[in-house]
Design a protein around this ligand. Structure first.
Ligand code: G16
Length: 542
């Protein structure tokens, strides 16, 4: 029943920041999925009787690829598979399942916050035994293998019914369909003070959560409604849909606009939150108040001891390089270690495994802790609810007090989406060439102190990652960072990250775009963005 099928390689299966992401029709090419899965199995060829976890965010093509993955995992010698019911597993829940069951790894099917549908995005990511995205050495090996692959192995067997819980055998392999929510919800109960949150919600504090028709809907209903007593009416878009209802499941001011508008009203709810396609990103809002992901990381870290799972304190904080330095100020004041890594959650893996850090975060709406090896949207929402429940202050009050204590890092990200790839790459190369001569140059009111191309030496395994984004440090502590997105599927996206530190409490109530005007102008001038791309301004400002 196991067949070896001849195939020819594709040359475009290089995993990006978070796995292989392409348009659905690309994945639908003959043997495209099979080649990539076989490349993973060839590179990760030790089985040791350990399980493989398989699940995804429920987007279009999820169920088809899950069946292929089952057939190929059986043919490649796995004796046990753990599959989320209906093929559903949020990314953090998949990470937990891998860890809890001592699995060899997991296949996570998602294109995260990217849109879904027959002509939209799909993705395949491999997570290792620590539950986190495969390390760079592994993804590089998978890519190399994908370029030379000439056959794949597949079991000829009918589709497995993944709609009901229980176990069945496919040849010598046990296939277990598991509830995607229970284990994850139980884990949350060990970390966060559910009783305090229940009391908060009972006292009339109003929360609203937007699942964006993506994977967190069933998780939100179980955790917020059934376990915490939130009003079921306050749960928006909880039914996972293959096309996310035609929207981008990206929890930001643009794509979660209904939630955002609701929260920006004077009579709006006290707390609003959203998560993305696969449940690892988060959006945190108070009434009339948006918490930037960088601030959220700093504020969660500063208040983590209020949650039972972190009562003893945190060992260290890590942030991706473009994330604002707000968390660094918390680490410094509290005497905690701080780490700066390249963009991509996989870079936190070694630090977490070595127990060097407890809390990690990224400007791209990701926050998490050592409870799993992925960022975790619902965990961040629960941490905020826990903090609100203990402090009994509004989100805005907590933020304002935080800035008064640590200073405020004004921060914004400007995205230029859909730029011609060559234009974007030329822009970055020209900028790299300018780096040695930038120090001391004045751009309007700002003067460059130093500039570099960020490289990271992993303190645990000694690996080096270069060309991870260009940093321009200004006199006075401001910073501009440029990098090209590693998650897009059409054209290139240039991301420009702008940051200015303001210690003066009297100047903490500016609009971030106003506070950053001079830097925004300098960013354009330094890289020649408008002249090279023809764009008058960014596509998305967050
Ligand atoms: C992925 C990674 C994140 C990373 C983000 C960056 O997010 O998991 O760790 O910060 O990509 O995206 P870009 O390269 O576009 O700036 P996700 O949520 O898409 O898996």
């Amino acid at each position: 029943m196991i067949k070896t099928i001849k195939t020819t390689p594709y040359d475009d299966q290089k995993p990006g920041t978070s796995g292989l992401r392409k348009k659905v029709p690309v994945f639908q090419q003959p043997n495209y999925v099979e080649n990539f899965l076989q490349s993973i199995f060839d590179v990760q060829d030790k089985r040791d009787g350990r399980a493989l976890v398989i699940g995804g965010d429920g987007r279009y093509y999820n169920e088809t690829v899950i069946q292929t993955a089952i057939r190929m995992a059986v043919a490649n010698g796995f004796s046990k598979l753990l599959i989320g019911r209906n093929g559903i597993l949020s990314t953090p829940a998949a990470s937990h399942l891998i860890r809890k069951n001592g699995a060899l790894g997991g296949i996570v099917l998602s294109a995260s916050h990217n849109p879904g549908g027959p002509n939209e995005d799909f993705g395949i990511k491999y997570n290792g035994e620590n539950g986190g995205p495969a390390f760079e050495s592994v993804t590089e090996a998978i890519y190399r293998r994908s370029k030379e692959i000439d056959s794949y192995r597949i079991a000829e067997t009918p589709d497995v019914d993944i709609s009901s819980l229980g176990s069945c055998s496919v040849g010598p392999c046990e296939v277990r369909i598991v509830d995607p929510v229970t284990d994850y919800a139980n884990l949350m109960e060990t970390l966060v003070d559910f009783a305090a949150i229940r009391t908060l919600l009972k006292s009339g504090s109003r929360m609203v959560f937007d699942a964006m028709h993506a994977v967190t809907g069933p998780y939100a209903e179980e955790i917020f409604v059934r376990r915490l007593g939130a009003d079921p009416e306050a749960m928006m878009h909880t039914k996972p849909l293959p096309d996310f209802g035609g929207h981008h499941p990206d929890p930001n001011m643009v794509h979660a606009k209904t939630l955002f508008d609701m929260m920006m009203r004077d009579d709006g709810p006290d707390f609003g939150a959203a998560s993305d396609g696969d449940g690892d990103r988060n959006l945190i809002l108070g009434r009339n108040f948006f918490v930037t992901p960088s601030d959220s990381l700093a504020m969660i870290a500063a208040n983590a001891h209020l949650a039972p799972g972190y009562r003893k304190g945190i060992k260290g904080i890590a942030r991706s390089m473009p994330t604002s330095q707000a968390a660094d100020r918390v680490a410094e004041k509290r005497g905690i270690a701080m780490h700066e890594t390249p963009t991509g959650w996989k870079f936190f893996g070694n630090l977490l495994d070595a127990a060097k850090v407890t809390i990690c975060g990224e400007e791209s709406a990701g926050t998490g802790s050592d409870h799993v090896r992925e960022k975790d949207g619902l965990w961040a929402v629960l941490m905020w609810l826990n903090i609100l429940a203990v402090r009994r202050q509004s989100v805005a009050q907590i933020a304002v007090e935080h800035w008064a204590e640590f200073g405020r890092n004004y921060y914004s990200r400007h995205d230029y989406e859909g730029i011609d790839v060559e234009v974007a790459e030329d822009l970055m190369e020209a900028l790299r060439a300018r780096l040695p001569n930038l120090a001391g140059t004045r751009f309007g009111s700002v003067i460059v102190e130093r500039a570099d191309d960020f490289a990271y030496d992993d303190p645990i395994d000694g690996s080096r990652s270069e060309r991870q984004g260009i940093r321009i440090f200004m006199e006075g502590g401001s910073r501009i960072v440029y990098r090209l997105s590693g998650t897009g599927t059409s054209g290139a996206t240039l991301r420009v990250y702008l940051e200015r530190f303001e210690p003066d409490v009297a100047k903490h109530d500016l609009d971030p775009q106003d506070a950053l005007t001079d830097l925004i102008r300098a960013a354009d001038e330094i890289a020649g963005i408008s002249s090279r791309t023809g764009r008058k301004g960014p596509t998305v400002v967050t």
